[in-house]
Design a protein around this ligand. Structure first.
Ligand code: G3D
Ligand code: MG
Length: 170
């Protein structure tokens, strides 16, 4: 099963680091500079009743600031799952996810979405609570996780969970 997933969220929330942490060294990675996106691949095994080998293509936006409407379409086109990432030390990055998720859904229709509250290792600077993330995620009936690309906490789980949700789709 081949699937495309996208990571969305404001600049510097940790999207690139999450992908890097997840794929470690075993990846084949290419830059599509004209699209302003980087594509990585990883195979994930989903166990249980919906067991599947998922060949995941992970799209990472580069330079979100200048990300134009036209490129957005290409970036989101065909995505079967979305990781919506915010930075727990900047509350506004959670609020911004509303626009990001709305923009994806407009292109992809309803696909599995998972919210990630990243940089959870920065406990002293935490501006986002469990209930803040829950509220944002609930609006899309999406699950959420607190992650840290720095320590690796919940990173594998985040991608596996999304893979599971995709495998479960009819
Ligand atoms: P982006 O791809 O969403 O723009 P990046 O974000 O992955 O480039 O990360 C932006 C900055 O946040 C980087 O710092 C990176 O090291 C840091 N970062 C990413 N994830 C975490 C995390 O889980 N915990 C902590 N403490 N920092 C994180 P620099 O200083 O290199 O720009
Ligand atoms: Mg990046």
């Amino acid at each position: 099963m081949k699937v495309k997933i996208c990571l969305v969220g404001e600049g510097a929330v940790g999207k690139t680091c999450l992908i890097r942490r997840f794929i470690q060294d075993q990846f084949d990675d290419r830059y599509i500079s004209t699209l302003g996106a980087k594509v990585s691949k990883k195979e994930i095994k989903v166990d249980g009743p919906n067991a599947a080998d998922i060949d995941m293509t992970i799209w990472d936006i580069m330079g979100e600031k200048g990300f134009r409407e036209l490129l957005k379409e290409a970036y989101f086109h065909g995505a079967q799952g979305v990781l919506a990432v915010c930075d727990v030390t900047r509350k506004e990055t959670l609020k911004d996810l509303d626009d990001w998720v709305a923009a994806v859904v407009k292109v992809t229709g309803h696909v599995p979405i998972e919210f990630l509250a990243n940089k959870a290792d920065l406990k002293d600077e935490m501006e986002v609570s469990d209930s803040d993330v829950r509220r944002a995620a609930d609006a899309y009936k999406a699950p959420f996780l607190f992650t840290s690309a720095k320590t690796g906490a919940n990173v594998e789980e985040a991608f596996s969970k999304l893979a599971q949700m995709i495998a479960l789709r009819p």
